[in-house]
Design a binder for this molecule. Structure first.
Ligand code: FAD
Length: 401
């Protein structure tokens, strides 16, 4: 019987094994994860779950019984320590498992603050796993002083939860502005104002020099020379693809585990999908860190394991929830030279163009603009910027133009 082994029981791993079974794969399937719990969704960790508005049970992608019912062997709390490509087997503690096809869905790991600047003090947290969030949640009490390091989506979402729960929140961002890596200045401006209106002290162009404390963190020294008393710290300073196993096995790495358009790595019996995988995109390569990508790419790899021989065509989308704002993003804005702003009452969207070509959009509380923009980008259509900017334009009509 053909054996598929999947390493990494997160969003991509769960999507892949589910797809294999629902498409009729009749071989053996084993899903191995180092976390002690079945696959769950991460987005609520920095949103509703941290806020205490979502129960743990609702995080799980499927009830545990689903896997048994579909003859999917789940091995939880079991880190894979090595891959023997010649023998086609993977090593767990004290056990080896043979495979015919192996899939790496190992995701990514958060960058930690270096121990040399106090990153190992008690009270310094990252936001990646359920265990991370369960460890920090008791600190979210009204009046506590929280320092968030990093003004990307994870840091801003954590800041929003903390502010909503009545904490005193300072967020520092080393770059000139929050969201600099991922969004236009117009979008940064929107979220800066949103947070400042809720009392979050956002300091841009300010880095962390060191954290101090006797065992537990009590203060932060900042690059502008100021010192801040803190009760706890959250580092939201980015993630790195988890390529450790792939590297040790000698697979090609290029900003993630290098795959071809079908999801195959440099070993024809090993595939990769999700946060850990870099794949061909336009004239280069790309790696995406999103739920949508993890699902779509994993499903494409499952189909290819079953012989579909289909290239993966990414349709990037992302979202973030902060206070009452739902941000929805479609497309990739890399290379944009112009922002078109559309405002219709409280609904606001920023459309990224390169010349006359629509690349992406950020929609703030404007799901209509998001849906139409996403569709336009997927269809390769670029409406005239003047039409987009005019709130009187019926957006849906742009799809037919
Ligand atoms: P993961 O979900 O990280 O799963 C990888 C798994 O592999 C992990 O459980 C890891 O423990 C395991 N693993 C690694 N190495 C081994 C090994 N050697 N042996 C066994 N197991 C191993 N995306 C959005 O689109 N929208 C959002 O709003 C959003 N919010 C987010 C909020 C938070 C707090 C976080 C952390 C992420 C968020 N994301 C969001 C990103 C999204 O969750 C990820 O892109 C997605 O989870 C990637 O799925 P994955 O399966 O590739 O990786």
């Amino acid at each position: 019987m053909r054996q598929v082994v999947v390493i990494g029981a997160g969003q991509a791993g769960a999507s892949l094994v589910t797809r294999l079974r629902t498409k009729g794969f009749d071989g053996g399937i084993t899903l191995i994860g180092e976390e002690p719990v079945p696959p769950y969704q991460r987005p609520p960790l920095s949103k509703a779950y941290l806020l205490g508005e979502m129960e743990e049970a609702r995080l799980y992608l499927r009830p545990e019984a689903f896997y048994a019912e579909h003859d999917i062997a789940l091995r939880m709390g079991r880190p894979v320590t090595g891959i023997d490509r010649a023998a086609r087997q993977v090593m767990l503690d004290g056990e080896t498992l043979p495979y015919d096809e192996l899939v790496l869905t190992t995701g990514s790991r958060p960058r930690a603050l270096p121990a040399a600047i106090g990153g190992d003090l008690e009270g310094v947290f990252v936001v990646r796993t359920l265990a991370d969030v369960d460890a920090m949640a008791p600190r979210f009490t009204a009046g506590a002083r929280a320092l968030i390091v990093g003004g990307g989506y994870i840091g801003l979402e954590a800041a929003a939860v903390a502010a909503k729960l009545g904490l005193q929140v300072t967020l520092i961002e080393m770059a000139d502005r929050i969201l600099q890596r991922v969004a236009a200045p117009e979008t940064s401006d929107y979220f800066r104002e949103l947070h400042r209106a809720r009392g979050v002290d956002i300091r841009e162009g300010v880095g962390l020099t060191r954290l101090t404390g006797d065992g537990a963190v009590t203060a932060a020294e900042l690059s502008d020379g100021s010192t801040l008393p803190v009760d706890f710290v959250i580092a939201g300073v980015g993630i790195q693809p988890d390529t450790a196993l792939a590297e040790a096995a000698g697979l090609k790495i290029e900003n993630g585990i290098k795959t071809d358009a079908r999801g195959r790595t440099s070993d024809p019996h090993i595939w990769a999908a999700g946060d850990c995988a870099s794949f061909p995109w336009r004239d280069g390569r790309i790696r995406l860190e999103s739920v949508g990508n993890a699902i779509d790419q994993a499903e494409c790899v499952a189909d290819n394991i079953m012989g579909a021989d289909q290239p993966y065509v990414a349709k990037p989308w992302f979202w973030s929830d902060q206070y009452d704002t739902k941000l929805q993003i479609a497309g990739l804005n890399t290379g944009y030279d112009r922002i078109v702003v559309r405002q219709d009452g409280a609904a606001l969207s920023h459309w990224y163009y390169a010349g006359d070509t629509l690349l992406a959009l950020d929609a703030m509380n404007d799901s209509r603009a998001y849906m139409v923009g996403k569709r336009l980008i997927e269809m390769g259509k670029s409406p005239a910027p003047e039409a987009v900017a005019d709130p009187a334009t019926n957006l849906k009509a742009l799809l037919k133009a």
